[in-house]
Design a protein around this ligand. Structure first.
Ligand code: SF4
Ligand code: SF4
Length: 91
């Protein structure tokens, strides 16, 4: 099989992490089924970092973060609310 491209571009689905809210508890790192989020020591203490290329966008990290430091790209609260309203026919 031949491939017509040397590389492909993907739209990252990964989490956006607010370092100011992250307390470095490692729960997201422990729960991520793809090893796509790691807590690293920074000059502000331990902070979660996403590894976008490994992330599958499952949302486990965002759902588990107790400080709400994680927002999923394309799935912010306002975006989900808008989708729910559209499904329910509420304007
Ligand atoms: S679960 Fe939240 S607070 Fe804990 S390390 Fe991950 S992003 Fe930081
Ligand atoms: S969205 Fe899923 S795969 Fe991506 S970092 Fe979070 S838990 Fe891991």
């Amino acid at each position: 099989m031949t491939c017509s491209k040397d590389s492909i571009e993907i739209d990252p689905l990964g989490p956006v992490i607010d370092e100011a809210l992250c307390i470095g508890c490692k729960l997201c790192e422990i729960l991520c089924p793809y090893g796509a989020i790691k807590v690293e020591l920074t000059d502000k203490g331990p902070k979660a970092k996403s590894i976008e290329v490994a992330c599958k966008g499952c949302g486990v990290c965002g759902a588990s973060c107790s400080t709400k430091a994680i927002t999923m790209k394309h799935y912010t609260d306002s975006q989900l609310a808008a989708q729910a309203k559209a499904i329910l026919g509420v304007v």
